[in-house]
Design a protein around this ligand. Structure first.
Ligand SMILES: [Zn+2]
Length: 279
């Protein structure tokens, strides 16, 4: 295999072909334990094209510590080298095709409770629905809050611990860089994974808005937009701002964050379900 290393760099089609071959091998290996790989495929020129995906990549690129390895990572992820990517609470695990297959393991610290509480308070009344949140259709103000380098949702280098099984291991090798870009691409399709990664429940941002006693002017202004959205998706948005109870009625306390699925089952549950159907 050293032939690749010492004679010439493999061409892009060769790298893709190797990744495909290794991907099939990995699939066979994982099938033995009843699992299936989840590869990263980049369609088009941009690695990420939605608000959340682009914001993730933008956050990475804003740190000088990572600048040296990021270009190789971009090239790797574009050439289908991330053969498996699994994002869970506080953890990213991946298999990357290189000179051989490498295991990448990234730990990310959960958002501190006080930090998350502050974000919820700042966003209260500003996000009209789960669709708006997940599609990143947010006001400039909310975008500024969630992407703030110090106080936003995205992890800072000191909150990220990276490991790779390759011999070329530095703070961030090209395999880890590829995986980190892969996360950006994955957030395009599954933006809720950012919240999973930071160990917080995204529905609480909407709940925080609904808990406001008097809906803000901004939230009331969403009514027409949401009515249009309901028409477009052919769904019923269960909790439009105008359907909120009168300010004098006390709403039940928000569901505790103990269970996974039950978290969304409170006031946002119907919305979440309807929204998913509509997508
Ligand atoms: Zn590596």
């Amino acid at each position: 295999m050293n032939w690749w290393r010492y004679t010439r760099k493999p061409s892009v089609p060769e790298r893709r072909e190797r990744a495909r071959r290794e991907g099939r091998e990995l699939e066979r290996k994982m099938a033995k334990s009843g699992r299936k790989p989840s590869p990263v495929r980049i369609e088009g020129r941009a690695i990420a094209s939605t608000f959340w995906g682009k914001a993730w990549c933008g956050n990475l690129e804003s740190y000088r510590d990572y600048a040296y390895r990021l270009p190789r990572g971009r090239s790797y992820v574009r050439h289908d080298a991330v053969l498996d990517l699994d994002i869970g609470a506080g953890r990213i695990q991946a298999v990357v095709s290189g000179t051989q297959l490498y295991d990448v393991d990234v730990s990310i610290k959960p958002l501190a409770k006080a930090h998350w509480a502050r974000i919820k308070t700042q966003c209260a009344g500003e996000i009209g629905s789960l669709i708006e949140l997940l599609e990143g259709r947010l006001s400039d103000r909310v975008m500024g809050i969630v992407t703030d380098r110090e106080r936003g949702l995205f992890p800072k280098p000191k909150e990220i611990e990276m490991r790779c099984s390759c011999p070329d291991w530095a703070t961030m090798c090209k395999h880890v860089a590829a995986v980190m870009y892969g996360v950006g691409a994955r957030l395009d399709a599954k933006p809720e994974l950012l919240f999973t990664l930071r160990n917080v429940e995204h529905g609480e941002l909407i709940a925080a808005a609904a808990d406001l006693q008097v809906p803000s002017r901004r939230a009331r202004g969403k009514t027409i937009e949401e009515a249009e959205l309901a028409g477009v998706f052919g769904i019923e948005l269960a909790e439009l701002p105008h359907a909120r109870p009168s300010p004098k009625k006390k709403r039940p306390a928000p569901a505790k964050r103990s269970g996974g699925k039950s978290r969304a089952a409170g006031k946002t549950g119907k919305n979440a379900k309807a929204n998913r159907r509509g997508r």
